[in-house]
Design a protein around this ligand. Structure first.
Ligand SMILES: [Ca+2]
Ligand SMILES: [Ca+2]
Length: 141
């Protein structure tokens, strides 16, 4: 990864990415405040030695995770056809088959089930982007 990316996030220039700096980086990527579960996942995946800060090597994991989040956000945007910010059951159903056949190698059927289960008993319920990310991002990579 380019040093310029790392130094962009290492705001105080101490050579590591702190929790606060990681939070800001994530916020920038998401375009909204990161929610706790997502932040925790990103942090625990990236911080290999669990000392609470990320070295340049550890931050490489973040770059991969960020790419994945970006890809998932794009997927959600595609599914949310009316751009309401939530994915309705109909939108999900319409796109789900295509999605899981296209990405079957990456996202296993278990996650597809989680998404389906979200609508169980209440098909009027929408799914928000953060709920979608929470499901799709779970224990991946
Ligand atoms: Ca720093
Ligand atoms: Ca660390």
């Amino acid at each position: 990864m380019a040093d310029s990316v790392f130094s962009k996030y290492d705001k105080n220039g101490d050579g590591t990415i702190s929790c606060v700096e990681l939070y800001d980086a994530l916020k920038e990527l998401l375009g909204m405040e990161p929610w706790w579960t997502l932040f925790q996942r990103v942090r625990s995946k990236a911080d290999a030695n669990r000392d609470g800060k990320l070295t340049k090597e550890e931050f490489c994991n973040v770059a991969a995770i960020f790419e994945e989040i970006k890809a998932l956000k794009a997927v959600f945007g595609e599914m949310d056809q009316d751009r309401s910010g939530t994915m309705s059951f109909e939108e999900m159903r319409e796109k789900a088959v295509t999605f899981y056949t296209t990405h079957a190698d990456k996202y296993d059927g278990k996650r597809a089930m989680h998404v389906m289960n979200h609508y169980a008993g209440d098909k009027k319920k929408g799914m928000m982007e953060e709920e979608f990310l929470d499901i799709m991002f779970k224990d991946s990579c």
